[in-house]
Design a protein around this ligand. Structure first.
Ligand SMILES: Cc1cc2nc3c(=O)[nH]c(=O)nc-3n(C[C@H](O)[C@H](O)[C@H](O)COP(=O)(O)O)c2cc1C
Length: 149
């Protein structure tokens, strides 16, 4: 059975919604999945699953979630060779060049840990709408198919 862990950081709920959509897709596809909030999670949980996902918000012109800084630092120190990862976040296009910068930063952290990118980064604007849900379903599907290869 394929296993996955989805970690989210949220202030107003949008990234929890993003994580819920991905988690539900995994469940419907028969993937054994856990979902947790970033400050309550040690990144070493990723060592025990096939698919690793982070859904972060971006704050203060490109800043990572404050409560996720330890997680972010520790993630880069892990050895995640052979793991499939994906990053999907919600930001706000109002912030222009800083739009969803935390997604790029987590992508770099997973790369540093040696994990394999299973799907392109997803950058959602605010609350996920119908189009965003479709994009997130595709994202989850791609991650699963990458494991099956
Ligand atoms: C003070 C402040 C700063 C923000 N800075 C950024 C930013 O630099 N880039 C971005 O994409 N979104 C930024 N946002 C928007 C949030 O990332 C966006 O509303 C996101 O959907 C919040 O996710 P959450 O509902 O999971 O907390 C900012 C929001 C606030 C209130």
């Amino acid at each position: 059975m394929i296993t996955a862990h989805v970690v989210f950081a949220t202030i107003t709920g949008n990234n929890e919604d993003v994580a819920d959509i991905i988690t539900e897709h995994f469940e419907d596809a028969g993937v054994k999945v856990a979902e947790s909030e970033i400050s309550q999670t040690d990144p070493s949980v990723f060592e025990d699953v096939d698919i690793c996902v982070v859904c972060p918000y971006t704050y203060d012109e490109g800043a990572l979630p404050e409560e996720g800084l330890d997680f972010y630092d520790d993630l880069q120190e892990l050895d995640l060779k052979g793991k499939i990862y994906g990053v999907a976040g919600s930001g706000d296009t109002f912030y222009e060049e800083f739009f969803n910068v935390a997604v790029d930063k987590f992508d770099a952290a997973f790369k540093k840990a040696g994990a394999t990118k299973g799907a392109e980064d997803v950058k959602i604007n605010l609350e996920p709408d119908e189009d965003a849900i479709e994009t997130l379903d595709k994202f989850a599907e791609e991650l699963i198919s990458k494991v099956q290869k």
